[in-house]
Design a protein around this ligand. Structure first.
Ligand code: LLP
Length: 427
C-alpha cells in the first residue's frame, strides 16, 4: 500500500506529490506520513486476527487526533499510557470502551479520569495500583475491568531473547515467587475490580517469535493456577507489542497474518495442554503499525569532509526530532531525495544542529559525492518513537507531521513556533 516512488527526475514522491513540493510548502525538517499505508497496515493487523482477537494500537509510538480517527475507522482499539494520551484519544472520539490504560505509575487523577470516562480496561502494574484503582472505581460506583500485567522473565530484543526466572525492570508484577498469583488473589477480592485477564509485554523490535512462546507458556501456567485455586478461568490474555520493523535492509519482519497465526497457535496449544478454554487474545503493536509509514525529510546545511575518516553532513534537525540513534544506537538509512545523482558514493555521518557531538541521525551512510547544501535527504521508517519522543533541546522547534493521502497533503501536527516556546515561559 506504500505510495512512495521516484519520478523521472529522481525526486521522491509520496501519494503522487514530489517531496520537493512538500518541503517548499511545509518546510524542513518534516515528518511525511503516508496515510494510505497507515490505514492498510492497521487493517492488515485487524484482519490478521479476525474477530477472535483485539488489536490495540500503542499510542506511545505516535499519537495525534487524525491517527485516532484513522484507528477508529479501521476498527482498531487504542492503548494509552498517560493522561495526555487519554485526553487525545477521547477528544478525537475514540469510544472509551475501546481504550486500554497502561503505565507503571498512573496518578490517582489519571485513574479517576479513565474510570469516569469508562475505559475498556486498565492494566494494573503494581500491588498499590490494585488498591488505588479499586478504590477510585468504588468511590465512583463503578466496577472497572482490569488486566494484571505480569513479568514472565523473558527479555526479548530483535533476534534474541533470554528466559530467566526474574526480570530486573520496573514494569509489571513478577511471576517469580508467586507474586503474580498473589496479585490476582487480591484483585479478585475487591468489589471495584472485574479481573478480565493477564497482560505480558516482553520487549521491542522483536523478530524471533520464540520469546512469545515462553511468555505464553508462563502466562497460561498462571491462568491454570488461578483456575485451580479460584475455580475461575480468566477470559483474556494480552501479549503486548514489540513486533519488529525494517529500519535497514538487514531487517526482515514478518507479516501481521504470520504473527497472528503464530501467536494464536501458541496460545491455543498451551491452553489445550493445560485443559483451559482458549482466552480471547489481544496484542498492542505500535511500531509495526506506524513505523514504516513515515519518513523525515531534512535539508542539507553544511558538508564537512574529514580526511581519511568520513564526511559530516549537517541537517536542519537532529536529536530533537529523532533521539533513537543517540539513545539506542538505532540504525537508519538515508538517501538523497530531491534529485538523482550518478556521483561516486561517499561515507557520511548525518548529524543534527544541536550542541552535542552525540547528535547523530544516521551513524554510517553512503550519500552521493556531489551532495550539496540545499539538497533534501530523507530518513525512512521514522513513524514510530520519533515525533512522540521529540524534544525542544536547544529551543529547536519540533517539526510538523504532514499526512499525504489521495494526492493531497495536510498538516496533522503543526510545526512548533517560537510563540509556542515563549508561551510556556511565564517568568
Ligand atoms: N504495549 C506495551 C505495554 C508497551 O510497553 C509497548 C512499548 C508497546 C505495547 C508497543 O511496543 P511496540 O509494538 O511499539 O514496539 N522508545 C523505544 C520503544 C519503547 C517501547 C515501550 N513500550 C524505541 O524507540 O525503540
Amino acid at each position: 500500500a506504500r505510495t512512495v516512488s521516484r519520478d523521472e527526475d529522481g525526486v521522491l514522491t509520496v501519494g503522487g506529490i514530489p517531496v520537493t513540493r512538500l518541503a517548499e510548502e511545509f518546510g524542513t525538517p518534516a515528518y511525511i506520513l503516508d496515510e494510505a499505508d497507515f490505514r492498510a497496515r492497521a487493517q492488515a493487523w485487524r484482519t490478521a486476527f479476525g474477530d477472535d482477537a483485539d488489536v490495540f494500537y500503542a499510542g506511545k509510538a505516535f499519537l495525534s487526533r487524525a491517527v485516532v480517527r484513522w484507528l477508529h475507522e479501521e476498527g482498531l482499539n487504542l492503548d494509552v499510557c498517560s493522561g495526555g494520551e487519554l485526553a487525545t484519544a477521547l477528544s478525537a472520539g475514540m469510544p472509551a470502551d475501546r481504550i486500554a490504560f497502561h503505565g507503571n505509575n498512573k496518578s490517582v487523577a489519571e485513574i479517576r479520569r479513565a474510570v469516569e470516562a469508562g475505559v475498556g480496561r486498565i492494566v494494573l502494574d503494581s500491588f498499590q495500583e490494585i488498591v488505588r484503582v479499586a478504590h477510585v472505581a468504588q468511590s465512583l460506583g463503578r466496577r472497572q475491568r482490569v488486566q494484571i500485567r505480569i513479568t514472565v522473565g523473558v527479555e526479548a530484543h530483535t533476534h534474541e531473547f533470554i528466559a530467566t526466572a526474574h526480570e530486573d525492570q520496573k514494569f509489571g508484577i513478577p511471576l517469580a515467587g508467586g507474586q503474580a498469583a498473589e496479585a490476582v488473589r487480591r484483585a479478585l477480592q475487591l468489589d471495584g475490580l472485574e479481573v478480565i485477564g493477564i497482560h505480558s509485554h516482553i520487549g521491542s523490535q522483536i523478530f524471533d517469535m520464540s520469546g512469545f512462546e515462553v511468555a505464553a507458556h508462563r502466562v497460561v501456567g498462571l491462568l491454570k493456577e488461578i483456575r485451580d485455586e479460584h475455580g475461575i478461568e480468566l477470559p483474556e490474555i494480552d501479549l503486548g507489542g514489540g513486533l519488529g520493523i525494517a529500519y535497514t535492509s538487514d531487517d526482515d519482519p514478518r507479516e501481521p497474518h504470520e504473527i497472528a497465526k503464530a501467536l494464536t497457535e501458541i496460545v491455543t496449544r498451551e491452553c489445550e495442554g493445560a485443559r483451559l478454554a482458549t482466552p480471547r487474545i489481544s496484542v498492542e503493536p505500535g511500531r509495526a503499525v506506524v513505523g514504516p509509514t513515515a519518513f523525515t525529510v531534512y535539508e542539507v546545511g553544511t558538508i564537512k569532509p574529514l580526511d581519511g575518516l568520513r564526511t559530516y553532513v549537517s541537517v536542519d534537525g537532529g536529536m530533537s526530532d529523532n533521539i533513537r540513534t543517540a539513545l539506542y544506537d538505532a540504525e537508519y538509512s538515508v538517501s538523497l531525495v530531491s534529485r538523482s545523482s550518478d556521483a561516486e558514493p561517499m561515507l557520511c555521518r548525518v548529524v543534527g544542529k544541536h550542541c552535542e557531538s552525540g547528535d547523530i541521525v544516521v551513524r554510517d551512510a553512503f550519500l552521493p559525492g556531489d551532495l550539496a547544501p540545499g539538497d533534501l535527504i530523507a530518513v525512512p521508517a521514522t513513524g514510530a518513537y520519533c515525533r512522540s519522543m521529540a524534544s525542544n533541546y536547544n529551543h529547536v522547534l519540533r517539526p510538523p507531521v504532514v499526512a499525504v493521502a489521495d494526492g493531497e497533503a495536510r498538516v496533522i501536527v503543526r510545526r512548533e513556533t517560537e510563540d509556542d516556546l515563549l508561551r510556556l515561559d511565564v517568568g
